[in-house]
Design a protein around this ligand. Sequence first.
Ligand code: GLN
Length: 235
Amino acid sequence: MAKYHLRLAHLYGNLLNTYSDVGNIIALRYYAKQMDADIAVKIISIGDDFDPDDFDLALFGGGQDYEQLVVSRDLPNKKAGIAKFINAGKPLLAICGGYQLLGHYYVGANGEKIPGLGILDHYTLSQDNNRFIGNITIKNPTTGQEYHGFENHNGRTFLGKGEKPLGIVIKGHGNNGEDHTEGAIYKATYCSYFHGPILTRNGEIAKTLLLRALKNRYPHDDFSQQEALKIKPTF
Ligand code: GLN
């Protein structure tokens, strides 16, 4: 029995899960075990209530435009809860479609404008007859860490106020193919176009999310041992 217990909301996990984004949960559990923590997972989908007080972590995965459209119609019901979760500094990992939907809007490949939550200040445009596909390497300007992944998106995202990029592109396209940024960080919300899934190849991001969740949930405990852990990728 683990010492620490974390609760993860998998937002629209039955609709947004392209390219094995669910593998991020497997990776989180793998690393959590090394930190003496377990994770209970609940899918929060269309029509469900989302109470931010019930969760310590959240995952918002990627999807095709059709699923994103379906999800976008349900988002207004969860906007207040997700905003509270994010602004309380609780860790959320948003990948591709989920990343786009946290911003103001997303223009799909057919030109349709899909409204997002507008909690983060980015917006996403489409591009004609092209997708950004392939392996990608970025470097986080603050930590100096390098992250590796695989991107596959039509959307071109432009960051807004208060958002820092997850990394600067070394190889690949990133947010929009123009400004060399990839992903976004806002409080403890980490956004990225990386599939792969991102956390299996970039254990340090998993560790950051887990430490944040543990410190939020158990504010009186000392996590220096977990902090010092050398996290190894799962492969
Ligand atoms: N449909 C979006 C795009 O193509 C998101 C894709 C994804 O989540 N992989 O940009």
